[in-house]
Design a protein around this ligand. Structure first.
Ligand code: PLP
Length: 232
């Protein structure tokens, strides 16, 4: 048990060191990058251990599992919803999350807005962009996002804090880099056309295989799962 726990601590340490190294290469401060530990693959005992090790930002991709775990774990955890969110799951998720990374349509944003007003909340959300254009991926196409930008900005009761994407699964880091760079450029482009109350500060990009590249390209949130839990 102890040896296995040490493996989790070792993995976390390695990831933290790699985040710091990527920040240093990019001339950024490690404070600018938040590690969101993606716990969807792992059992509750390891999630508890991760919290003991000081990790506070946890991500789940399924609303049901996020809600169950939020019940079972200390309230100091900041929960991130990172997976596809159905409109009928928005209501219970809103009070439990600090950030919804995966708003993939204007309709979903509008639904969040209506429920936020009902619950007297002002949720922080990111817009998920399908940069690579793969048919299998969720997210707004960049052209769609640009076309809908005025409508998105007009949606009340939500704080649109930035963009999120997933790179294609490939060991070729230049592919991921291109995707992450495109997301940053899209953010910069939208920011020039944003109302003053909208600050697109967050870029959620980078997973176990590509987080270093994502940080070099400006990620402020990296979503890391399998690297933390490998070998347990
Ligand atoms: C599962 C998942 C991750 C984590 O993936 P790893 O490759 O295991 O780090 C990140 N983001 C999203 C949206 C996910 O669904």
């Amino acid at each position: 048990m102890l040896r296995m726990s040490d493996r989790l601590a070792d993995n976390l340490h390695c990831v933290t060191v790699e985040i710091a190294a990527a920040c240093s290469r990019a001339g950024r401060s490690p404070d600018e990058v938040t590690l969101v530990a993606v716990t969807k693959y792992t059992e509750l005992v390891w999630v508890r251990r991760l919290i003991e090790l000081g990790v506070r930002n946890l991500g789940e991709s399924r609303p049901q599992q996020l809600l169950e775990r939020a019940e079972q774990l200390p309230s100091e955890v900041h929960w991130h919803m990172i997976g596809h969110l159905q409109r009928n799951k928005v209501k219970p998720v809103l009070p439990r999350t600090v950030l919804i990374h995966s708003v993939d349509s204007l309709r979903l944003l509008e639904r969040i807005s209506v429920l936020a007003a009902e619950l007297s909340l002002r949720p922080r959300v990111l817009l998920e962009v399908n940069v690579s254009g793969e048919a299998s991926k969720d997210g707004l196409m960049d052209t769609e996002l640009i076309a809908q930008w005025d409508a998105i900005q007009a949606v009340p009761n939500v704080d649109v804090a930035g963009l999120m994407t997933m790179a294609p699964l490939t060991s070729d880091s230049s592919v991921a880099r291109r995707v992450f760079r495109s997301l940053r450029q899209l953010r910069d482009e939208l920011a020039t056309r944003a109302a003053t109350h909208i600050k697109l500060t967050e870029l959620s990009m980078g997973m176990s295989g590509d987080f270093a590249v994502a940080i070099e390209e400006g990620a402020t949130l990296v979503r890391i799962g399998s690297r933390l839990f490998e070998g347990l």
